[in-house]
Design a protein around this ligand. Structure first.
Ligand code: ADP
Ligand code: MG
Length: 241
């Protein structure tokens, strides 16, 4: 088990945003989370790497409970990659500098090692020629592929994707989804929040449907897409498919 989340709760004021969420994820497993806007999907991902502080529950990552006070959060975060809808590249750094910043600053690699790895990763996503560019000259799809490479540069054990293609035109979404699919087929453990149902069907080992801060239904893509049980999931699928 890479990640074992149990009984997670978080409220913002009176709003109970996560209500008793439990999810276990094995090494190499690909979990896709779907659900309407506001259902708590981003909050769940943000809790996992403790950008949010849950009110109750445990998050066991590789044997350590990330909700415990004396837990080494920095160390855990190095192994939990996160890719956001909005890319979040540093505009004042080149592509290469964006990718090598964390491993070099954290003392994990020398500048030379990090640059050499970064170049291999850039080649993998078809962006070798962009190493010296600044993010502003890149398309959205290129920026997101760089953001994924930046995450990979830390050699994470799990990657959390929060709607990685929602800000992209369909064509650019395809090129980003291809990169994520290739990571999936290499065995990367991942949680992907997405509205790309085709991707979910193709890649997910398990699909989780969230609504109102709860897991309403979960199962194989076939179960969720072809044999949904709850009316809420049926309604949701009607609205997105
Ligand atoms: P989703 O990603 O499924 O669209 P979110 O997790 O972003 O949903 O948000 C779930 C609910 O929690 C929303 O109503 C949102 O407004 C609220 N929310 C999220 N983060 C905060 C916060 N830091 N403070 C207050 N409310 C928040
Ligand atoms: Mg969200």
């Amino acid at each position: 088990m890479v990640l074992d989340i149990k009984g997670l709760h978080i409220s913002f004021g009176k709003l109970h945003v996560l209500n008793d969420i439990s999810i276990s994820i094995k090494k190499g497993e690909k979990v896709v989370i779907i659900g309407p806007s506001g259902s708590g999907k981003s909050t769940l991902l943000r809790c996992i790497n403790r950008l949010e502080n849950p009110d109750a529950g445990s998050i066991i990552f590789e044997g350590n409970d990330l909700t415990e006070k004396n837990c080494d959060l920095d160390k855990a975060r190095q192994k939990i990659g996160m890719v956001f809808q909005s890319f979040n590249l540093f505009p004042h750094l080149t592509v290469l500098e964006n990718i090598t910043l964390a491993p070099v600053t954290l003392g994990i690699q020398t500048k030379e090692e990090a640059a050499s790895d970064a170049k291999k990763l850039l080649e993998r996503v078809g962006l070798s020629e962009k190493a010296e560019c600044y993010p502003s000259v890149l398309s959205g799809g290129q920026k997101q592929r760089i953001a994924i490479v930046r995450t990979l540069a830390m050699k994470p054990d799990v990657i959390l994707f929060d709607e990685p293609t929602s800000a992209l035109d369909p064509e650019m979404a395809v090129e980003v989804l291809e990169v994520i699919k290739s990571l999936a087929s290499d065995g990367m453990t991942m949680i992907v929040v997405t509205h790309e149902m085709g991707f979910a069907r193709e890649v997910a080992d398990r699909v989780i449907f969230m609504d109102g801060g709860m897991i309403m239904e979960e199962g194989t893509p076939e179960k969720i897409f072809l044999h949904p049980e709850s009316d809420r999931l049926k309604q949701f699928l009607d609205s997105v498919l």
